[in-house]
Ligand binder design. Structure first.
Ligand code: PGA
Length: 249
């Protein structure tokens, strides 16, 4: 059985005051039946890991460099994330792919380094609105999966997040049928490439405007094992609505 995962992506939000949201979550969920992960900005990683220490809340990064160290001003290595207390890292988020021109090969190289460092890589895939309207969604996702996911992937070190770009931060959500179609497709691709055992053990998250009010419906869709949540993960109270829905799914 895949253990469900509620992952929060704080993006470029949060200073020290936001650590109270993490301790709040830890207090609310001493023994949850799902995994809870918060990915704060890098400046908060170490303190966030301290705030979450001994609790049910895991801490993750939002990106890492493909190299393990070296002359890369402003970047962070996977080992640094581990050293700061992270157990996972989001890679290939559409905002990174767009803002920093990251291609599938870049994401794959980062994922290799992250997995080698012992991190779980949460690899994001997703189509633009134009790609969906041109009926290219599955082609795009298929290319991102084969290009971004490294061969060494397992159910422990890989999570895939399906995040339609047009649904991120917009309040727009695909229909449940559209989510189901893509998640079933991702599952089939993973099984084909890695075999049924590994393919079935990788957790698939949906991301894009997940809120407490729509989470239960989304979590009822086949092959949705949790969510990657932006805006609604910033406040413990909002995120709790999503965690509760996942626990009830
Ligand atoms: P959102 O972001 O929940 O604010 O739409 C999701 C994400 O980008 O991971």
């Amino acid at each position: 059985m895949r253990r469900k995962l509620a992952a929060g992506n704080w993006k470029m939000n949060g200073t020290g005051a936001a650590l109270a949201e993490i301790t709040g979550l830890a207090d609310m969920y001493p023994d949850p039946s799902v995994d809870i992960l918060i990915c704060p900005p890098a400046t908060l990683l170490h303190r966030a890991a301290g705030a979450a220490q001994g609790s049910s809340v895991g801490i993750g990064g939002q990106d890492c460099h493909a190299a393990s160290s070296g002359a890369h001003t402003g970047d962070l290595s996977a080992d640094m994330l581990v050293d700061a207390g992270a157990s996972a890292v989001i890679l290939g988020h559409s905002e990174r792919r767009e803002d920093h021109d990251e291609g599938n090969e870049d994401v794959r190289a980062k994922a290799r380094t992250a997995m080698d460092a012992g991190l779980t890589a949460i690899i994001c895939v997703g189509e633009s609105l134009a790609q969906r309207e041109a009926a290219n969604t599955l082609d795009i996702i298929g290319g991102q999966l084969s290009g971004s996911i490294p061969d060494q992937s397992t159910g422990q070190n890989l999570v895939v997040a399906y995040e339609p770009i047009w649904a991120i931060g917009t309040g727009k959500v695909p229909t449940l049928e559209q989510i189901g179609e893509v998640h079933d497709f991702i599952r089939a691709r993973l099984e084909r490439r890695f075999g049924e055992g590994v393919g079935r053990s990788v957790r698939l998250l949906y991301g894009g405007s997940v809120k407490p009010g729509n989470a239960a419906d989304i979590f009822a869709v086949s092959n949705v094992d949790g969510a990657l949540v932006g805006g609604a993960s910033l406040k413990a109270q909002d995120f709790a609505g999503i965690i509760d829905a996942l626990q009830g799914a």
